[in-house]
Write a protein that binds this ligand. Sequence first.
Ligand SMILES: Cc1cc2nc3c(=O)[nH]c(=O)nc-3n(C[C@H](O)[C@H](O)[C@H](O)COP(=O)(O)O)c2cc1C
Length: 171
Amino acid sequence: MEFDQVLALRKSIRSYTDEPVSKEDLAALVKAALASSVGKHNDAGYTLCVVTDRALLSAIDKEAEEKLGKPHMFFEAPALIFICETKEAFDYLKEFDAGIIAEHIHLKASDLGLGSVVLYGFIRHLGHDADYVKALGLPEGTYPLLAVAVGHSRAAKMERKGDREFEVIYR
Ligand SMILES: Cc1cc2nc3c(=O)[nH]c(=O)nc-3n(C[C@H](O)[C@H](O)[C@H](O)COP(=O)(O)O)c2cc1C
């Protein structure tokens, strides 16, 4: 797909069908994440965790609803890709890096005709001690920073209505 078309399709999708994301598409999303830039060349600072196991997804959904009082915080998407910090991550860079990695996944999803949304809310509010973090079975000292929910959605094929309205200053 033309890059400008990928940009035109990029938007947050909050409704998904039950159709699973294929192994090929998941591999393409991971490949896009691995094409990311990170500060200080710190590849050891990050681990990606791709979750498609339905029991695990439903446990995360349930924990978020029970503890935060909001249902379906990742919109019942069939795949969640967690961008995790390891013990090697630099505090002053990790949130920038995670955002950039997430954006690569988000844009690649648009390119593949998939829907996606970047997620921080439930990760932030559930924190490091959450049951789902233990259930992910991450190495010691590794915790989710950000996630991207991915799935099929008819809306993914429609162009975004508007752009951001940032002030832009040229000098
Ligand atoms: C760092 C970051 C965290 C976000 N966290 C959430 C979230 O927890 N839940 C959610 O529904 N959307 C989340 N979003 C999506 C934004 O809310 C969304 O980008 C915004 O509503 C603009 O919509 P658009 O992406 O369709 O242009 C997040 C986006 C970013 C960049």
